[in-house]
Design a binder for this molecule. Sequence first.
Ligand code: ADP
Ligand code: MG
Length: 698
Amino acid sequence: MTQDSKFNDALERLKTPVQFLKGVGPHRAEKLAKLGIHNALDLIFFFPRDYQDMREVISIDRLEEEVPASIIGHIEESSLRNTGPGRSVLGVLIRQDELYLRAIWFNQAFLRKKFVDGQRVLVSGNPKMNGLRWEMSHPTVETLSEGEVFEGGRLMPIYPLTEGIRQPAMRKIVSSAIETFVEDIEEVLPEPFLKDHNLIPVHQAIRLIHDPLDKEEKEQARKRFIYQELFVLQLALAMRRNQLTARRHAKAITVDNRIDERIRKLIPFELTEDQNNAVLEVCNDLKQETPMNRLLQGDVGTGKTIVAVYAMLAAVASGCQAALMAPTEVLARQHVRTMGQLLSKAKVKIGLLTGSLTEKQRREVLADTASGEIDLLIGTQAMIATKVEFAELGLVVIDEQHKFGVKQRAALRGAGTDPHYLVMTATPIPRTVAMTLFGDLDVSTIRQGPPGRQAVHTYIGSDEQREKWWSFFRKKLREGHQGFVVAPLVDDSENSEAASAAAALENLANGELEQFRLGLLHGRMSTADKESTMKEFRDEKIQVLISTTVIEVGVDIPNAILMTIEGGERFGLAQLHQLRGRISRGNHPGYICVFADPKTEHSQERLEAFAGTTDGFELAEIDFKLRGPGDLFGLKQHGIPPLRIADLQRDGEILGIARKDARSIIEDDPMLTHTRWDRLRRMVLIRYGKSLDLSDLG
Ligand code: ADP
Ligand code: MG
């Protein structure tokens, strides 16, 4: 039999619907489906969410409050009390010599049948002293025969449950699936590799993760799966990286001294050290004949744009075109404007491509792009939606990359050679998440903003402080400054956001900001209206812009130094930080006050963190911690399937190792074609082939 057909047979068996497995049947199968368990394979990889320490069976008089434990005793009596319609308390008294423990269950009257007086049982749970007697509510109970010696020394798996399936049943279902099918699971990691990495083989790992003798065994099993999960992901990312670079050809873009000088002459300020380093790294990539694939990260306002401008001008100087894609029309138009100003003395033709162009405008831009007339094409997602043809596309820059998915990133391609890619993000990302989301990219970081930047003072305002804040706000406006008011988020719909902003404007115009010129900006406005509002704001015809989070991304108005945020508890930390970025762009200190009604502990912590630091990287780590391991930080949103057992926050160290291993393997064997990697390659493709576009690795 060939490897493949053996694999297919095994897979066929593993796909046996749970309904046909021992102890399941159609009724339970329906319940299991709710847990995402459909077949034998799902059951085997349905890992416990926790373990109960059963190591010690102790005497009742050694129980401690809230310390989970197990005791062995005999059922003395059980009683069922109805406490209302459909409500009941089942109490089972367990005797251990002269000591007693009461086990209780709420609303599970049906359990009563299970408890036969005089039966010997093992009871495990969380003991609490109630009056003078120990009680465990909803413990697990196993029956033991009279002479049976309880083995002890085991960790009991605790599975996520759904209504209608209890822990003991779940344990039986899983363990029987393992007994029947475990040999069908294939080992994807070669034996020497396991040895080198101190990992246990997969069959052993499956048995131990579901049924460990002790903590150590549990950890060994978990480590194997955590490593494997992260390793497979990192392999996929490394393969993708390789696919985007090594096998591709780009036009080498060389920057000599003359070009460098010419570009710098156009820039009205000196680049900072971080910017210069980033430029250097970019230029090193550009001069290769393999496409650059680089992420430029830097907090809001640190000056990423100019690095991109430099790269685009370098491309144009080498006779190529460059494209810049931004997530919103406002931002795209802002880029057109700044670049237009910067390049007013240079012979560089800029084109704009967004969804709001007329058909005629669109056709013109497309024609000029195809003919090479346009050097620099700036636009929104419309650039991907429309099939844009370039005469000679040398470089693609993507601004605010986090707004785009992993796949979208590579959507712009030239006809002949491939363009170099520079993607930028202002959303600082925890290190481990960056390794995952951007595992396929090289990274340049701008940490320090331009000199002369003033601090932003951040206040969390209570209702009593409103009056004081607004009077300060007005004073600063009278001094000639401008500001923003961000209206509360209502829900996700643009309509209600627009209404919220309009209502805020109405209130302010008749209240706190009566004497000032106010403007409105929200996502429901036409592009022309948005543009003219932004222009009026820039020209200081509008003093205060009342807005939704439309302004969150990239908008650059140095004279705006004030911001009021209403309903701050509804905003995420990253979002607040982005908003604050709008007012830290000039040479005056900024002032932001967030009014909030923090209802949950987390929103309180979030706001305190926000007021506590302006370092975006620090905030990102805090945010990550606050969201907890359950939040997968938008992996899904980026098109990456969620992790099952690894936790980026907890498993950062293993992630780093997995990434190094993956990169070094892919360097030697970019397509994992060596036979020892056959199974691993198959797993990488099954899991990430689609989402990361690896399909043509076949
Ligand atoms: P972001 O990184 O958020 O995209 P921008 O590139 O928009 O930031 O830059 C923010 C502001 O800082 C812009 O007004 C830009 O002109 C200015 N700026 C950028 N670099 C420098 C510098 N080296 N010296 C002075 N001002 C700079
Ligand atoms: Mg920017």
